[in-house]
Write a protein that binds this ligand. Structure first.
Ligand code: XMP
Length: 491
């Protein structure tokens, strides 16, 4: 028999608490240091991760967040090839030296070149022969106004004799000077035999200045995470994502404190060697500890906390997010493995509370789904622009998944909807979210609020925030007082 409940623990979430203001000698918000860790080996300048949801993170979001100092996790509801292509777009988006530039043979057509340039979102292609000898360079400008799309690229490219090139291993200063002196934007690098050995672009050099806090790997490329499942093609997917340069794999399963998640984690660690693996989701100290013992380099925390989740309603299971973070952080404390607070972040204050409670970073879903960089178009309704957000366990996401799995050869979409309704019990919903413009602005608000919050707690960095902060539980009257009240709100 269960007891009457008098000893039952209370679970709290962000709105149940406030941080008590503390003496502060932080002179300016700018002095608050937001550097943190995403996983054992990956550091971030800001503690923000974009969620592996199909309405949140593909390459555009991942590029934007990594530039700002966070990181994005590409969702897994794509074919392996599609997900790999998204990772490659991030890895190729900038980097001081592009090791493996995109190339095309001299006899390929202008229309093929246009497709490559469009698909990969790049400014130009190096034209090489079968032995990778550089024959020329084709830029967007060379083909934008070309009427004859069947023409061979060798007829429209800038030929080798007119190209400015440099040797492999050229210093950044020399490369900058060459680009500047010759007023060109791309510098192919050649090995001693004249074969293509890399590419440096002026755009990438400029971006390095523009985004000094970007999250980058040892080669100067933006970092990106990629989600994998625990069944089916997960090992092949993991291998190919790592080959494409993914910096971390995120083992993505709703109930991460499970034999499935632990076995997958061990398998990846055993088979794929030295790779950063984030595992989740869990909501307890024991859950975090078990994943860490199985090899997790970071643990994702949150069961039913997301804005589009109905897990708690449908299953009766979950832990309010602040308590889930505190408990999981306590479970992880001795290992030094960081915790990612996943779901439920609606305001900058929630971010500060999550970090004060022990998370090293937070994962953000719907708050980013309304931005320009999230996948999918904007939807106009009664003059207002929206974007779509949906739980990955929602009916619509499950139907889309099935359509993809059958490769269009299975039952029609409306039949599939029927099948899915009969078979599945959705744990997510779908909804519209007002269009918010670029993600930079949303991140600026989050980080600005965090820096202020750190100052209110007298914290110069996130370690101090965790140590110094003191939570106070509040009543519903206290919560009401925290919101704008007793005014006719204008903005
Ligand atoms: P936010 O609140 O930022 O949360 O939108 C994003 C997180 O929600 C989780 N997620 C789900 N949880 N059913 C769930 O119970 C779902 O269908 C679902 N889809 C996403 C996920 O952890 C994500 O990062």
């Amino acid at each position: 028999m269960k007891d009457s409940g008098s000893d039952m623990r209370v679970g709290l979430t962000f709105d149940d608490v406030l941080l008590v203001p503390k003496f502060s000698d932080v002179k300016s918000r700018r002095d608050a240091d937001t550097r943190t860790r995403f996983s054992r080996k990956i550091t971030l300048s800001i503690p923000i991760v974009s969620a592996n949801m199909d309405t949140v993170t593909e390459s555009s979001m991942a590029i934007a967040l990594a530039r700002l100092g966070g990181i994005g996790v590409i969702h897994r509801f794509l074919t392996i090839e599609e997900q790999v292509a998204e990772v490659l777009k991030v890895k190729r988006s900038e980097g001081v030296v592009i090791d493996d530039p995109i190339t095309l043979g001299p006899d390929r057509s202008v229309s093929e070149a246009q497709n490559v340039i469009g698909d990969r979102d790049i400014g130009g292609i190096v034209i090489v022969d079968g032995s990778r000898n550089v024959l020329g360079l084709l830029t967007r400008r060379d083909i934008t106004l070309e009427d004859d799309l069947d023409r061979a690229v060798k007829e429209v490219m800038t030929p080798r004799r007119k190209l400015v090139t440099a040797r492999k291993g050229v210093s950044m200063e020399e490369a900058k000077k060459l680009l500047h002196d010759h007023k060109v934007e791309k510098l192919p690098l050649l090995d001693s035999k004249g074969r293509l050995a890399g590419l440096i672009t002026s755009k990438d050099i400029m971006k390095r200045k523009q985004f000094p806090n970007a999250t980058k790997d040892a080669k100067g490329r933006l970092r990106v995470g990629a989600a994998v499942g625990v069944k089916g093609d997960h090992m092949e997917r993991s291998r190919k994502l790592l080959d494409a340069g993914a910096d971390a794999l995120v083992v993505d399963i709703a109930h991460g404190h499970s034999a499935y998640a632990i076995d997958t984690l061990k398998e990846i660690k055993r088979e794929l060697g030295d790779v950063e693996v984030v595992a989740g989701n869990v909501a307890t100290a024991r859950g975090a500890l078990d994943l860490i013992r199985a090899g997790a380099d970071s643990v994702k925390v949150g069961v039913g906390s997301g804005s589009i989740c109905v897990t708690r309603v449908v299953t009766g299971s979950g832990v309010p997010q602040l308590t889930a973070i505190m408990d999981s952080a306590a479970g992880a404390a001795d290992s030094g493995v960081p915790i990612i607070g996943d779901g439920g972040i609606r305001n900058p204050g929630d971010l500060t509370k999550a970090l004060a409670a022990g998370a090293s970073s937070v994962m953000v879903g719907s708050l980013f789904a309304g931005t320009e960089e999230s996948p999918g178009p904007t939807i106009l309704r009664e003059g207002v622009r929206y974007k779509l957000t949906r739980g990955m366990a929602s009916l619509a996401a499950t139907v889309d998944r099935r359509v993809r799995e059958t490769g269009g050869s299975g039952p029609k979409e409306d039949e599939l909807v029927g099948e899915v309704i009969e078979e599945s019990v959705p744990e997510g919903v779908e909804g519209l979210i007002p269009y918010k413009g670029r993600v930079d602005e949303v991140v600026r608000q989050l980080v600005g609020g965090l820096r202020s919050g750190m100052s209110y707690s007298g914290a110069h960095d996130l370690g101090e925030l965790r140590k110094k902060s003191e939570f106070m539980r509040i009543t519903s009257a206290g919560y009401k007082e925290s919101l704008p009240h007793d005014i006719q709100r204008v903005v």
